[in-house]
Write a protein that binds this ligand. Structure first.
Ligand SMILES: Nc1ncnc2c1ncn2[C@@H]1O[C@H](COP(=O)(O)OP(=O)(O)O)[C@@H](O)[C@H]1O
Ligand SMILES: O=C(OP(=O)(O)O)[C@H](O)COP(=O)(O)O
Length: 400
């Protein structure tokens, strides 16, 4: 049962300008998409609207350009993949508001698809500014939110637009919420969570609530370095947000109070260069050379994590355990992903993973199909798991 309106409630969309908010924040390398999962998952909705004769106007962000039109965060390089996956041409508007956008929208015929440039090129997006939201809304008759993975952001294109235009949830938004509710509303215990990745400052706070929901929490990736630093260890030149040491300490205390076992790496693969096949060595986390970076968990840590997974009946995972895009720093992520997949296939574990890079990492490990459920969302998925209201979903409910 959904308590918001979906595409089924939108009425005939023929001739309507449909602002479709999608999450195209996909992993890229050298200007090419390296994992197209997020694109593939929104294709059915784009087709469904276009096939009815709706004029599809895709709104999306890429990276974190912080209100500046930084070319490295352009959505343009995604066009070939988007068009290939969709099996039809996609036009491009050089801006998401103003003349460039309105001209591109005016040129659309029924059933056409248009991608507008990065919404985060404008500061009004993240500030959810009324003027900017109005400028976005000027190009649409209807708003459809398909970006579950950005629903934890109260931005103009994820939240504000739902208040200005008739608003509906897209098929993926609906499916993600249904699947997570079904899979995790009353999970089999013990529950283990793995949180890694690089978005330390935007994800660390949610760990405080998460430790009350799960029995074991594995902290890996860049997130682990901040915790190791908080424990007084020298993490050398590793990705580490030192100003969050107090937050990390608070989380460790909260975990103890809630009887949540925290599992931090005991050893690490370190290197002096952030590149594939950089010279590397395994060291204990007490002996990280001051000129080196932790780029993956070590073999003893992998064994500990695998052992903890063996005790669990439910796994939730966001954020790779290391810089998995660069061999051999994919070793920990691949080993743990394969172990969890084998337990899942044997019927011993319910495994739910999510996040743009996490999905790419599972695919890289060859187990993307073997988890119980793979969400496009990382941060949004964890916030949902915490029990938090997601602004993008709440704004749809307000109209429901
Ligand atoms: N120890 C580490 N040092 C640097 N980067 C890391 C480390 N561990 C993981 N990462 C990086 O984290 C990124 C993914 O983080 P994040 O965006 O939080 O995950 P997701 O997109 O799945 O939510 C990957 O690009 C990976 O290279
Ligand atoms: O990639 C995303 O989230 P994720 O890294 O948690 O999977 C979303 O596009 C949100 O991006 P943001 O964390 O820059 O707001």
């Amino acid at each position: 049962m959904t308590d918001f309106r979906t595409l089924d409630d939108a009425g005939p969309l023929k001739g309507k300008r449909v602002l479709l908010r999608v999450d195209l924040n996909v992993p890229m390398e050298g200007g090419r998409v390296t994992d197209a999962t997020r694109i593939e998952r929104v294709v059915p909705t784009i087709r469904e609207i276009a096939d009815q004769g709706g004029r599809v106007i895709l709104l999306a962000h890429f990276g974190r350009p912080k209100g500046k039109a930084d070319p490295k965060d352009s959505l343009k390089p995604l066009l070939p993949t988007l068009s290939e996956k969709l099996g039809r041409p996609v036009a491009f508007g050089e801006d998401c508001v103003g003349e460039a956008a309105s001209k591109a929208v005016a040129a659309l015929k029924d059933g056409d698809v248009l991608l507008l440039e990065n919404t985060r090129y404008h500061a009004g997006e993240e500030k959810n500014e009324a003027e900017f939201t109005k400028a976005l809304a000027a190009n649409g008759d209807v708003y459809v939110n398909e970006a579950f993975s950005a629903a934890h952001r109260a931005h103009a294109s994820t939240e504000g637009l739902a208040r200005l235009l008739p608003a509906y949830a897209g098929r993926l938004m609906q499916a993600e919420l249904d699947a997570l509710t079904k899979g995790l509303e009353s999970p089999a215990r013990p529950v283990i969570a793995i949180v890694g990745g690089a978005k330390v400052s935007t994800k660390i706070d949610l760990l405080e609530n998460l430790v009350a929901k799960v029995d074991m929490l594995v902290i890996g990736g860049g997130m682990a370095n901040t915790f190791l630093h908080a424990q007084g260890k020298d993490v050398g030149k590793s990705l580490c947000e030192k100003d969050l040491a107090e937050t990390a300490q608070r989380i460790l205390v909260a975990a103890k109070e809630k009887n949540c076992t925290i599992i931090l790496p005991v050893d690490a693969l370190v290197a002096r260069e952030f590149k594939a096949n950089a010279e590397n060595e395994t060291v204990t986390v007490d002996a990280v050379p001051s000129d080196a970076m932790i780029l993956d968990v070590g073999a003893s840590s992998i064994a500990t994590i695998d052992g903890a997974i063996d005790e669990a009946r439910t796994l939730v995972w966001n954020g790779p355990l290391g810089a998995f895009e660069l061999t051999p720093f994919d070793t920990g992520t691949v080993a743990v992903a394969q172990h969890a997949a084998a337990r899942t296939k044997a019927g011993q574990l319910v495994s739910v993973a999510g996040g743009g890079d996490t999905v790419a990492a599972l695919n890289h490990a060859g187990v993307g199909e073997d988890f119980s459920y793979v969400s496009t969302a990382g941060g949004a998925f964890l916030e949902w798991l915490e029990g938090k209201e997601l602004p993008g979903v709440e704004a749809l409910r307000a109209q429901g």
